[in-house]
Each structure stands twice: as structure tokens, then as C-alpha cells.
Design a binder for this molecule. Structure first.
Ligand code: RAT
Ligand code: ZN
Length: 402
């Protein structure tokens, strides 16, 4: 049925809210991976985005903060950012979105009672996947973290819901140690042990892509290093895209730990070279700096083997998303992967996707309304097709997942 302007908004709202999501980049793990599965109010508050906000908004010393246990850190964050201050930042708003979705009133309640009520309402990953309409996620799996990688030795978790990816940052940050681990794990002695180890990891985990985060200096490494040439050749044989997360500068403030990384430079002309030099490889790309977004979108029009994904970390702010999402649609139509959650605590799937949908709806409405004004027929089938592509098929098709 052809939709009128009057019906458009509600129909679009419904489709956006009912369509299943494939989340292409997260840091979450299945419940069976006990030391890595994070859930619940305390973990939610111990998010490094909130920690960075706390440590800059207050004069709390970072090393003192990190000496506290999780419970004390969480209650301090609640007190400083939600009670003493007005929680308007995106990271704070996320916590309130989840509380609101769970219908938890916070007025006149202390931290402990909110915490208890919350943990009664959110008690399993199933709960969270259902509330957020996420059907499956891609994890971030580091083959050089042997303890974390032990997940793949077990078989008692849902491999259709939690898909693997090979995160290769350690090969750049800590090459010698990574090489040693690869040798230990493969009992091979030569440089080839890295590829042999990746082959082993591939058969253990069945990954959907490999990934690495880079800046100007480390990107050069990727272009000039023989090991990376071998890795790219191996990825091509395996039909695995390489996800490039571009523009991070590690430890801008070392004292902040995980909360201390910032923005580094990147030269996207080199990304274009990479796409030309390896035309049979596929590259998923996201950039951390606002400065790179326009050039990245132009490159995505020029290289069929490059697919933009998501609003990464410092880019994941409503003001920036609104502007850049429209630019991407203007230049690429709907041929990109509009968002990923980057969730570290499973519960975050709820707010990350809720916030994105809130931005997406009015933006898409404007485009569809414009089409109706030009007599282009918009039907429910078209809306469903487009949202399916944006929330799931664009990513799955690029990754070659059925
Ligand atoms: O957004 C984040 O949580 C960052 O700390 C990073 O983990 C980033 O997403 C990454 O994957 O490197
Ligand atoms: Zn991430």
C-alpha cells in the first residue's frame, strides 16, 4: 500500500522499532565467559566514558579512583555525575535511558536501592537482547590475550548470537610478545608462525572479520610491512574483511588508563592507496575524528571494497551523528552501515540503539517525505527493505553472512 504523508511517520517509527539489529562491533561476551561478561548497574556506571567525565569534572585523583573496588567507583560516579551535577552528557543520558526503559524511578532513592531494583529487572543477556531488538553481535576477540581467547575452547555458548572477530592491535602495539605467543601456540619457530596462529584461531572461532585500530604512524606500518602484506593476502583467501578503526591516539593521559585514549591523525589518501593496492580485499572503515568524515564518505563513493560503518566513540554524539548521517545519505544513499553499539557492558545495547533510533527516525522521515512530494511512491515494503538493509543486511552482505 502506498503511504500518504500522514501515515509515514508512524509507519516508519514502527518499522525502526520492530526490525532486528545485527550489531557489527561490540566488546561484549556471552554469559558463560564469566570474567568477561559484564552486566548490571555497577558495571554500567563503571564505563570508561563516564570515568573520563568524572576525572575531568572533579578533582578526584585517577590513581586513587582506580584503587577503589567496582562498587565504590560506581557509587562515586552516581554521586558526582547524577546527584551533584545534571547528567546531560551522552554517556550519562545513556544510563538514564535504561533506567527509564526499565521504569525505575530515581527520585528520593539512594544508589544502593536503585542498584538493587535495577539488578532485579536486568538479569540475563536474553533480557537485554529482547529489549534492544538486537539479534546478534560481533565480539572483539584478541587472539593474543590467551585468557580471553579461552572462550573458544568451550562450546557451551550461542555462536549464532555472539560472532567472533580477530582483533589484531597487539601485533602493532606489542609485536615481539605477540610473535612469542604465536610461536608457543603453533610450535612453529619462523615468522610464518603469525599466519599459522591466525589460521588456528580462524578454525577455532570462525570469525566474520579481522580488525585493527590505527593512526598516521601505524597505518604506514600496515602499508610497508611484509607481515601485514601476508596478513592481507591471508584475509583475502579467507574472504575476511579487515576493519580499520582510524585515528586513535593511545594514552593521551596515561593516568586515566582505558579512559585516557584520545584522537590522533590519519591520512585518508593512504586508505585510498590501500584500497587500490588490495582491490580483492574488503575494508570496513570508521574514523574517530570529525575532520576525516567528509573525505571518508567521498572515498566510500570511489572504492567498492570500502564500506563505512558506525559512529565510533568520540563521534557517537547526537549533534555529530545528525550532521554526518545526513551527509553519508546524501553521498551514498543507504549503502553503508549506519551504526554499531561498541557496547562493553551488555546493558548498553539498550541505550546505544535507543539513542540512535531517536536520531534516525526524523532524518529518514525528511528523505521519505521529500520523495513523496516528488510523487515517488513509498510503501511499507520499501520502508521495511531499507531498514532491514540499514540495521542488518548491509553489514551481513559485506561480511558474506547468510
Ligand atoms: O569506544 C570504546 O569503548 C573504545 O575504548 C575502544 O574500545 C574502541 O571502540 C575500540 O574498539 O578500539
Ligand atoms: Zn570498540
Amino acid at each position: 500500500m502506498i503511504l500518504s504523508s500522514d501515515d509515514l511517520s508512524d509507519n516508519l517509527f514502527k518499522v525502526i522499532n520492530e526490525t532486528n539489529i545485527f550489531d557489527i562491533h561490540t566488546h561484549i561476551f556471552p554469559p558463560n565467559h564469566q570474567n568477561y561478561f559484564l552486566i548490571g548497574f555497577k558495571n554500567l556506571l563503571n564505563y570508561h566514558y563516564l570515568i573520563a567525565e568524572l576525572l575531568t569534572a572533579t578533582d578526584i585523583d585517577a590513581s586513587k579512583f582506580y584503587s577503589y573496588n567496582d562498587e565504590k567507583r560506581a557509587s562515586l560516579i552516581w554521586n558526582e555525575l547524577f546527584e551533584k551535577r545534571t547528567p546531560v552528557s551522552e554517556a550519562c543520558a545513556g544510563v538514564l535511558t535504561i533506567l527509564n526503559e526499565l521504569k525505575i524511578e530515581i527520585n528520593n532513592k539512594n544508589f544502593e536501592s536503585i542498584c538493587n531494583e535495577y539488578d532485579k529487572k536486568i538479569n540475563s543477556d536474553k533480557n537485554i537482547f529482547a529489549l534492544s531488538n538486537v539479534s546478534s553481535v560481533v565480539m572483539t576477540n584478541n587472539p593474543f590475550d590467551i585468557d580471553e581467547w579461552s572462550l573458544f575452547i568451550n562450546d557451551d555458548w550461542d555462536k549464532k548470537k555472539y560472532l567472533a572477530s580477530l582483533r589484531l592491535d597487539d601485533l602493532i602495539l606489542n609485536y615481539e610478545e605477540s610473535l612469542k605467543k604465536a610461536k608457543d601456540q603453533t610450535e612453529m619457530n619462523e615468522k610464518d608462525s603469525i599466519i599459522a596462529y591466525l589460521e588456528k584461531c580462524y578454525s577455532q572461532s570462525n570469525p566474520v572479520y579481522a580488525a585493527v585500530s590505527l593512526n598516521l604512524a601505524t597505518f604506514k606500518n600496515l602499508l610497508n610491512d611484509s607481515l601485514w602484506k601476508n596478513i592481507l593476502d591471508w584475509l583475502q583467501i579467507k574472504k575476511l574483511p579487515l576493519s580499520l578503526m582510524l585515528g586513535v591516539k593511545k594514552a593521551v593521559n596515561k593516568n586515566f588508563g582505558l579512559a585516557g585514549d584520545g584522537i590522533g591523525n590519519i591520512n585518508l589518501k593512504e586508505l585510498s592507496n590501500l584500497c587500490n593496492l588490495f582491490p580483492k580485499n574488503k575494508f570496513l572503515v570508521t574514523c574517530l575524528s570529525l575532520d576525516d568524515q567528509h573525505e571518508l564518505t567521498v572515498l566510500a563513493r570511489k572504492h567498492p571494497n570500502l564500506r563505512i560503518f558506525g559512529f565510533w566513540w568520540f563521534m557517537n554524539q547526537p549533534t555529530l551523528i545528525k550532521q554526518i548521517l545526513k551527509m553519508r545519505i546524501d553521498m551514498l544513499g543507504f549503502s553503508f552501515i549506519p551504526q554499531h553499539s561498541d557496547a562493553r557492558v551488555s546493558d548498553q545495547l539498550i541505550y546505544k540503539w535507543r539513542h540512535f533510533k531517536k536520531i534516525l527516525h526524523p532524518i529518514l522521515l525528511e528523505y521519505y517525505q521529500d520523495l513523496i512530494n516528488k510523487n515517488f511512491p513509498i510503501t511499507e515494503i520499501i520502508l521495511q527493505r531499507d531498514i532491514n538493509n540499514l540495521f542488518s543486511s548491509n553489514a551481513k552482505n559485506f561480511l558474506g553472512i547468510k
